[in-house]
Design a protein around this ligand. Sequence first.
Ligand SMILES: [Zn+2]
Length: 398
Amino acid sequence: MSQDAPTSASSTKLVIRNIGLLLSGDLDRPILDADTVVAIDGVIHAVGKEKDIDTAGATTMIDAKGTALAPGLIDSHVHPVCGDWTPRQNQLGWIDSCLHGGVTTMVSAGEVHTPGRPKDIVGLKAMAIFAQRAFHAFRPGGVKVYAGAPVLEQGMVEDDFKELATAGVKFLGEVGLGSVKDGTTGRRMVAWARKYGIQSTIHTGGPSIPGSSLIDKDMVLETDADVIGHVNGGHTALPDDQIVALCERSPRALEIVHNGNERAGLLALRTAKELKQLHRVILGTDSPAGSGVQPLGILRMISMLSSLGEIPAEFAICLATGNTAKMRSLNCGLIAAGREASFAFLDTAQQSAGKNLLDSIQKGDLPGVGMVITDGAVSIQRSRNTPPATHVPEVVKP
Ligand SMILES: [Zn+2]
């Protein structure tokens, strides 16, 4: 393929220039010395200085106006049901509302709020395959929802996981939300899932709503799911010593959620930081839930963890982008060649006391979102939900 221009008339070439701050999403190098990004057909093609990059032949040109470019945010823990509707709070358009909070990718931790959710094995498999297919074909506002996450029930056998994987299912719903509530069975089923390339998450902490139950550190460690789901509880957290033990004794991803215990979330963050394992920390909202839907939930986590957890804002953004992408094997979350061209443009919110974007986040303010791009196409311009960004990017004539 040519390095210079689209290969055919139907190709798209997105050029973003005049970027004031490039937040890569990579914890090892969170800020890049670059002012220009080029994407071809929805995939990042070049990142660097404008003088070194061929920007000719753009089909869409964006002047970032000196604002910051970050990867589109990833919500590692959502509970979608069908379309852009949630029965949990009987709300329409919640995914589109999260897009206005900079989220471009969501991972389902189970479609558990589905009214009449089937718990027999053929029914739960059918529902998972339906959800995977439906959200693959339907992207509210451009948001990519990885759904179709079956919840483990007693009686599942290895062939069920093989069948699910063959049908395109890539994630399990939270272990513990179904009838499998012991570590031995959980571990066996999670291993079957892993064998066929299906990633797993476990519910951690007290019951979320009437009908769910406690999952303590022993079950989490024994089950050994890929992601320690809401290590800060969803909402009821484990005792501090159990949270510290999970950080110390498991190598798995440590997911901190908005709909959890904030103090426990800070404990998990600090423990991971002390262990020099910040790369394991990923962020989710765990919404929709009893606590509702938070369209700005991921941004709120970034500001909360940066300001109270005392980590630089550029690192906090990595927790919601590159870290999640790596832990969940997604091809988004980093501004690097070959990655999906999904971005959030951020700028200091108007009247923030912060002297720049990063300082404003470290002071606990939310950034303003000025534009969101999904797979190389402009999804929204100035967010209707964040405090207004001081400067916003502009689509200009190529
Ligand atoms: Zn949960």
